[in-house]
Design a protein around this ligand. Structure first.
Ligand code: AMP
Length: 555
């Protein structure tokens, strides 16, 4: 190494922790619990993170071991966001909308050693979760006040209450010096077959992603902002917004699980929120509320910016918010890229017509994120805004492989989600996109066999597999139909062995209860389309593109 190089400071979340301690102990996080609004300073959040780190150390959690959370957006979850990675363990945030057996599988796959769970979740689905033996400690977090409702502790597992556990431990903790390549957190995303895929965020990737959120041409979060992430903290670190807010010194407002318009208005008013983020479904309901209740507008006058992602937004969505004085920024991302990849910022070399035209595009790659759009042979598509191809991403905060313990143990580097080309790894996003001559990317389709409803994934293949177990079903496919509220809802297209009225009625009556054994209610399609035969492509496989096209509303 040449003498005279710059300091080699590791890019770890300790940079955020230290900055908050130095500069922002008085900034606040406001949580809207169902029973009360709670405010706490960042200094106290860090102290409590120290208590938690001491607790975790005492119960034997060591560097690299996984600690799971099953929780909504709250100050306690934020404390864990700091404590677990900064002590060198790995924060595994689990989707609280899954069924108990699926949660148990994730706990097992991740080899979690402790679970922090919100009381509201524990009391409703705790009994369905068959805890793997390696999960030795459960800590119940008080998002609801009533202790009487906690399920009893499991044999072989200790169960404590978060606040009782915090008190006896010290705030001072000897935070270790970590390497930037250590794992900070683990998040699972839906696989097409229904088997989730783990994405391991390193300290380096999360720190760089956090900085990128602060770029003026990223999310442009600033110290004077008050940020409300209404996207769950179990979804790709709430899109990185909590870490970005801590790094920027912006106040946070956390909605717990209440993302209905009335609760959001209340929180925006109470915390003077300036920017909020969630999937379009949340904001579509919010817009309806503003239209119905003119007084709400005065209560949310602090709200200025709305980075929206997770699904596409249309022109009327943008125009409606603009009319209310709120600027929304279309973003695109995915769990695999931490998740921010594209933001729709206005280039100075566009004329007015081009600005209007590009507003609905997903945007330009944020600095540090490189993309390419390729055809089926891997050749780059023409950037004429018309030629579609697969969007691929290369970035220090994009996954290079999935977390696969079995493959890791066998020394394998699995699956076809990544390609090595042009001297770098590219993540295949499964999104079909075009790029125009200015670099604006527009998502036009999805190659992956998944349906995204209200920001949550539904696996068509997993549903189809279960439908095929129905004795009357000859062939079945599940495809997305556009939906004004949820963006997409799954529709069952089915051909029965005998296409009679009686069999159709029988299927209508009992497919729901058959599916409910395997899927949460929100994943179960409400709509069935009966066909005598499903359309097939050249290879004899069901032509889902034809089915999906048939589901589009008439132009
Ligand atoms: P997730 O990993 O759950 O965050 O989902 C990522 C996927 O959501 C992307 O690969 C896209 O298919 C979809 N997605 C995210 N943002 C947008 C957007 N702005 N427009 C269209 N699709 C989006």
């Amino acid at each position: 190494m040449l003498a005279g190089l710059m300091q080699n400071v590791p890019l770890t979340l300790n940079l955020i922790r230290e900055r908050v301690a130095d500069l922002y102990p008085n900034k606040t996080v406001t949580t809207r619990y169902p029973h009360a609004i709670h405010v706490i300073g960042y200094g106290e959040v860090l102290d409590r993170a120290g208590h938690i780190a001491n607790f975790l150390q005492d119960i034997g959690i060591t560097r690299g071991e996984r600690v799971a959370t099953l929780a909504w957006n709250s100050h306690r979850h934020l404390e864990l966001y700091m404590a677990v990675p900064c002590m060198g363990a790995v924060l595994h945030t689990i989707n609280a909308r899954l069924l108990g057996p699926d949660i148990a599988r994730l706990l097992d796959h991740a080899d979690d050693r402790a679970l922090f769970v919100d009381r509201s979740i524990w009391k409703t689905i705790g009994h369905e979760i068959d805890l793997p033996r390696r999960v030795r400690h459960v800590v119940v977090m008080e998002d609801e006040p009533d202790q009487m409702l906690d399920p009893p502790a499991r044999a072989g597992t200790t169960q404590a209450h978060y606040e009782d556990m915090i008190r006896p431990h010290q705030a001072a903790f000897a935070w270790p010096v970590l390497s930037e390549d250590e794992v900070a957190s683990l998040c699972y995303t839906s696989g097409t077959t229904g088997n989730p895929k783990g994405v391991l965020y390193s300290h380096r990737s999360t720190t760089l992603h956090t900085l990128a959120c602060l770029f003026a041409d990223g999310i442009a979060m600033r110290e004077r902002d008050v940020c409300l992430p209404a996207v769950p903290m179990f979804h790709a670190n709430a899109w990185g917004f909590p870490y970005a807010a801590l790094m920027a010194g912006a106040n946070l407002a956390l909605p717990c699980r209440q993302t209905d318009p009335t609760s959001l208005v209340e929180l925006i008013e109470a915390a003077h929120v300036t920017m909020a983020t969630a999937v379009p479904t949340v904001w579509i309901g919010f817009l309806d509320h503003l239209r119905r209740d003119a007084s709400a507008l005065g209560r949310i006058s602090s709200l200025k910016r709305l980075p929206v992602g997770g699904a596409a937004i249309g022109r009327s969505f943008i125009d409606d918010f603009t009319r209310y004085g709120i600027e929304d920024m279309h973003c695109w991302g995915m769990t695999e890229i931490s998740p921010l990849g594209l933001t729709n910022v206005e280039r100075s070399d566009l004329d007015d017509a081009q600005v209007r035209e590009t507003r609905t595009a997903q945007g330009l790659p944020i600095p540090g994120c490189r993309l390419r759009i390729v055809d089926a042979d891997g050749a780059r598509c023409v950037t004429d805004g018309k030629m579609p191809g697969e969007l691929q991403i290369s970035s220090p905060w994009a996954a290079g492989a999935y977390f696969d313990r079995a493959a890791e143990e066998k020394g394998l580097h699995p699956e076809g989600s990544f390609v090595v080309d042009e001297g770098r790894v590219w993540l295949r996003t499964g999104d079909i996109a075009t790029s125009d001559p200015h670099g604006y990317v527009r998502i036009v389709d999805r190659a992956k066999d998944l349906i995204k409803s209200g920001g949550e994934w539904i696996s068509s293949q997993a549903l189809e597999l279960q439908l095929m177990n129905h004795p009357d079903v000859r062939e079945a496919a599940v495809v997305a139909r556009p939906d004004p509220k949820w963006q997409e809802r799954p529709v069952i297209c089915v051909a029965l062995h005998e296409d009679t009225k009686e069999l159709r009625e029988r299927f209508q009556q009992d497919y729901g209860s058959a599916l409910s054994e395997h899927f949460p209610k929100w994943q179960i399609p409400q709509e069935v389309v009966f066909l005598t035969e499903l359309p097939k492509g050249k290879t004899g496989k069901i032509d889902k593109i034809a089915l999906r096209t048939a589901m589009q509303p008439a132009q």
